[in-house]
Design a binder for this molecule. Structure first.
Ligand SMILES: [Mg+2]
Length: 139
């Protein structure tokens, strides 16, 4: 893969490198007991694919984009995470177990973009996913 100076994972061309989060993005973890996952990573196998995610990822993969799943799950759950993706038929090129845990990610390359007016409005909302996670004690 040809690299562009200053960046670290891009090839030149029309195809995109797409980073996709797992929990809450493609995996509905409402049945997962997060208190158990460090001891029993297979607990993650209780997650269900989020409606529409499988079809979308398959489409992106088929269109030739590079699919990279990345997650803040601990490294010890890599095998279970890969097993879950394969079990449900998610195609991908890489699985990266390297994303620090945060309640909110602000990123100019996120699909939602980075309009600071919208960011400041959204970050105060009670239905912000990070706020919901904090209330539930997930993180
Ligand atoms: Mg997530």
């Amino acid at each position: 893969m040809r690299k562009i100076k200053g960046l670290n994972a891009f090839s030149i061309g029309k195809r995109l490198t797409i980073a996709i989060d797992i929990d809450g993005t493609v995996a509905d973890c409402s049945k997962v007991d997060f208190r158990q996952v460090n001891r029993r990573p297979d607990e993650f196998l209780r997650a269900e694919p989020i409606k529409g995610s499988l079809e979308a990822v398959k489409r992106l993969y088929k269109d030739g984009h590079t699919i990279i799943f990345h997650t803040s799950r601990n490294f010890g759950s890599k095998r279970a995470t890969k097993k879950w993706l394969i079990k449900h038929g998610f195609p991908f090129h890489h699985l990266i177990m390297d994303k620090f845990v945060a309640h909110v990610y602000i990123d100019d390359r996120a699909i939602n973009g980075c309009n600071w007016h919208s960011v400041m409005k959204a970050i105060r909302k009670s239905d912000l996913p990070g706020r919901i996670a904090r209330r539930k004690g997930v993180i």
